[in-house]
Write a protein that binds this ligand. Structure first.
Ligand SMILES: NC(=O)c1ccc[n+]([C@@H]2O[C@H](COP(=O)([O-])OP(=O)(O)OC[C@H]3O[C@@H](n4cnc5c(N)ncnc54)[C@H](OP(=O)(O)O)[C@@H]3O)[C@@H](O)[C@H]2O)c1
Ligand SMILES: *[C@@H]1O[C@H](CO)[C@@H](O)[C@H](O)[C@H]1NC(C)=O
Length: 292
């Protein structure tokens, strides 16, 4: 018995050592001179991704709806050391605009190395209100525009052996109340991009796809949305943005941030679905839920 235990422990040690030594190391130089599109970069996590990439010397094209904010982010990117920085203004509810962003970015950058899909439309933290139009809007902005941009970007990324980075959420792995339509849009991203990743392998298209499973992050909008209802410690957006870039640069299939809580919930959901959803419902401050 003791012998078996020792054997198993040694085996585990060896596997862990192999895992750590064989996983490639991230270096900021990996992004130097890379041509990157970042969506939803006027604020929040996307804005922080732009700043990290600027410091690493990348070319960045950022997009969102609000021109004044984008201008400021572009200026700051240039002062941080971006090889170049441009913005494109418009709404991702419009699929023609989503495609145009890729076409215009290609002209600005003479190609594309990384597509970071990050934008979302605002959706509250409240009960589903049976509004089909709102579900359509959320699916267009949070999901279909990601598909539209990916279709346009695939030939460019094939040429550069580039990467697609998809920012998702724990709500895209574990269902929870108060974000019904948002959760559906994030699950759709997993279905689409995790399937597409396999086809790229089969077709020998060397484009990596990184799905980012994020827990609660301290962006202004997220904090406002959950305020009063969910009392959970958020992780910092600056650190989160860096982990997203690392995952893309290292061509990982998925990243989990903050790692322990998001990974734990995802694994638990697979093993014992009811236990974890019940635990989540109990954490909510039900009396503060706003009417939908
Ligand atoms: N923060 C969290 O706790 C958390 C947790 C899990 C996952 N995530 C994921 O992380 C990503 C970023 O979240 P965040 O908290 O940083 O979001 P955020 O601060 O609300 O930023 C959203 C970005 O999307 C843009 N946007 C909104 N509506 C748009 C539209 N119709 N067309 C084009 N752009 C639009 C916004 O700019 P404009 O308003 O100027 O257009 C903004 O730049 C999202 O994919 C989110 O699901 C966040
Ligand atoms: C895929 O692209 C990456 C990044 O350019 C490269 O490091 C890797 O060797 C490529 N793999 C194949 C099989 O060509």
């Amino acid at each position: 018995m003791g012998l078996l235990k020792n054997f198993l422990l040694s085996l585990m040690g060896l596997l862990l050592a192999y895992y750590f030594y064989s996983s490639p190391e991230f270096k900021p130089e990996m992004l130097k001179g890379k041509r990157v599109i970042i969506t939803g970069a006027s604020t929040g996590i996307g804005e922080q991704i732009a700043y990290h990439l600027a410091k690493m010397g990348a070319h960045v094209v950022i997009t969102a709806r609000t021109e004044e904010k984008l201008k400021k982010v572009v200026d700051k990117c240039l002062s941080l050391g971006a090889a170049s920085a441009h913005f494109i203004t418009g709404s991702m509810e419009d699929m023609a605009f989503a495609r145009q962003v890729v076409i215009r970015a290609e002209k600005l950058l003479q190609g594309l190395d990384m597509l970071i899909l990050n934008h979302i439309t605002t959706s509250g933290f409240t009960y589903f209100n049976n509004d089909l139009e709102n579900v359509l809007h959320i699916m267009k902005v949070n999901y279909l525009s990601y598909v539209a941009m990916t279709i346009k970007a695939t030939p460019l990324l094939k040429k550069s052996q580039g990467s697609i980075v998809v920012v998702s959420s724990l709500a895209g792995k574990v269902p929870g109340p108060l974000t019904v339509a948002y959760s559906a849009s994030k699950f759709a991203l997993d279905g689409f991009f995790s399937s597409l990743r396999q086809e790229f392998i089969m077709q020998k298209k060397n484009i990596s796809i990184t799905l980012c499973i994020l827990g609660l992050i301290d962006t202004e909008n997220a904090m406002k949305t959950i305020s009063g209802v969910l009392d959970s410690e958020p992780a910092p957006k600056e650190d989160c943005a860096l982990e997203i870039i690392k995952g893309g640069a290292l061509r990982q299939d998925e990243i989990y941030y903050s790692f322990l809580s998001t990974k734990f919930h995802t694994v638990m959901r697979a093993l014992t679905p009811n236990l974890i959803t019940e635990h989540f419902r109990k954490k909510l401050n039900v009396k503060n839920i706003k009417s939908p």
